[in-house]
Ligand binder design. Structure first.
Ligand code: DP6
Length: 325
C-alpha cells in the first residue's frame, strides 16, 4: 500500500492550551480538555514520496503548496517515532475556512500523522493512535487531541493526548459555531502564545491558575454538569485571552460580532438557557449547549448579530482511515 486517505475533525478546547514549556518539543504549558467536532472535516490523501537524497516532504492545502519549514519538525518526528525513512506527499482539503480560528491545524496535523503512521506500515490500534498523537503534537499541540473522536485531555508537559470518552458519551451535547468572519487571521496561535509567554505580565498567573481549572473541568465532564463545565470554560477562555491581550504587541482576536455573541450568551443564561461560549485564536465564537436548546440559542445569536453564519456540530467520531490502491 502506498497511498492512504484520512478524514479528521478539529479539536475544540473547553479548557485551553496556551503557552509552551521551554525547549524545541512543543510541549504544552497548560492542560487542555477538548472535544472533537463532528462535520467539520479535513480530508488528506497521502502518498509515500520515496527515501534518501532527492526525496522531499510536500504538503498542499486546499490547492496551495505549504511552506516546508512549517512541516519539517513534524515529519522528522513522525519518521523517528514510526521508524520509517520515507518522505511524504500530502494533499489536504478542509470543508471549513482554514486559519480562521476553527482549529484547522489540529485536524490537519492529526490527519498527516495518522496517514504517515499507516504509510509507515504501523498496525491500526491504540498504540499507533498514541504514537500518531505524539507526532501530531510536534505540528500543533492541539492536533495531539484530534487523532481521537469524542473527548480528550492533553496534560501539561505531556507528549500525547489521552481519550477521555467516546463520541457517544454525551449525546445531547451540541456546539454552535458562530462564524463572525471568514478572513484568514494575521496573528497565528503559535506566534501569539509565544509572545504572551515572553511579554505578558499575566502569563505566569494564567499558567498557575489553569491547572485548577482543568482538574475541575474533568470532574464537571465526568458528572455531565453543563453549568459547572460552562462556568469553567468561560473562565478558561477569558483568562487565556486576558493574558494574550496583555502581550506586547497585544494579541486581540475579538471583533464586534464576537462580543455581540458573548453578550447574547450571557442574556440567554439570564433567561435560564444554558449557552456557554468559548473563543480560540480567532474571532469565531463556539457555544456549548444542549440539543433541546440549540434552536433558541441560534435564533438569539442571529437576532443579536444578523451578519453571523452558523455551523451546528456535536462530539465527533474517530478519524476514518482508508487505504487506497
Ligand atoms: C487557542 O495547537 O494551534 O486553540 O502548538 O503552536 O501549533 P501550536 O498551537 P495550536 O494552539 C491552539 C490554541 C487554542 C487552544 C487549544 O486548542 O487548546
Amino acid at each position: 500500500m502506498n497511498a492512504v486517505r484520512v478524514r479528521t475533525s478539529p479539536s475544540l478546547a473547553l479548557v485551553k492550551y496556551w503557552g509552551k514549556l521551554e525547549g524545541p518539543h512543543n510541549l504544552p504549558a497548560t492542560t487542555s480538555v477538548a472535544l472533537t467536532l463532528a462535520g467539520l472535516d479535513t480530508t488528506t490523501t497521502a502518498r509515500s514520496a520515496g527515501r534518501g537524497a532527492g526525496a522531499a516532504d510536500q504538503v498542499m492545502l486546499d490547492g496551495e503548496g505549504q511552506p516546508p519549514a512549517r512541516f519539517q519538525a513534524f515529519f522528522d518526528e513522525a519518521r523517528r517515532l514510526f521508524k520509517s525513512g520515507q518522505r511524504f506527499n500530502a494533499d489536504s482539503h478542509n470543508s471549513f475556512p482554514s486559519s480562521a480560528g476553527l482549529a484547522s491545524s489540529s485536524s490537519g496535523f492529526a490527519a498527516l500523522a495518522l496517514a504517515a503512521a499507516r504509510l509507515a506500515g504501523l498496525t491500526p490500534g491504540a498504540e499507533t493512535a498514541a504514537l500518531a498523537s505524539e507526532a501530531a503534537r510536534l505540528g500543533s499541540a492541539s492536533a495531539a487531541r484530534a487523532v481521537y473522536g469524542g473527548f480528550t485531555v492533553l496534560p501539561a508537559g505531556a507528549r500525547r493526548a489521552e481519550r477521555l470518552y467516546g463520541p457517544e458519551y454525551w449525546p445531547e451535547l451540541r456546539v454552535l459555531v458562530a462564524v463572525t468572519s471568514r478572513v484568514p487571521k494575521d496573528d497565528s496561535s503559535r506566534g501569539a502564545m509565544e509572545r504572551t509567554r515572553l511579554s505578558s505580565p499575566y502569563y505566569r498567573a494564567w499558567v498557575d491558575d489553569a491547572k485548577l481549572l482543568a482538574d475541575e473541568a474533568l470532574f464537571a465532564l465526568a458528572a455531565k454538569d453543563l453549568q459547572k463545565l460552562g462556568e469553567l470554560m468561560r473562565l478558561s477562555y477569558l483568562r487565556m485571552h486576558a493574558s494574550a491581550m496583555a502581550a506586547d504587541p497585544p494579541a486581540l482576536y475579538w471583533l464586534p460580532a464576537s462580543l455581540a455573541c458573548i453578550r447574547a450568551c450571557a442574556a440567554l443564561r439570564a433567561r435560564g438557557i444554558g449557552a456557554w461560549e468559548t473563543m480560540d485564536a480567532g474571532p469565531q465564537v463556539k457555544v456549548l449547549c444542549l440539543e433541546s436548546e440549540l434552536a433558541a440559542v441560534r435564533s438569539a445569536l442571529a437576532e443579536a448579530e444578523p451578519t453571523l453564519s452558523f455551523i451546528e456540530t456535536r462530539p465527533g467520531p474517530d478519524p476514518d482511515i482508508e487505504e487506497l490502491a
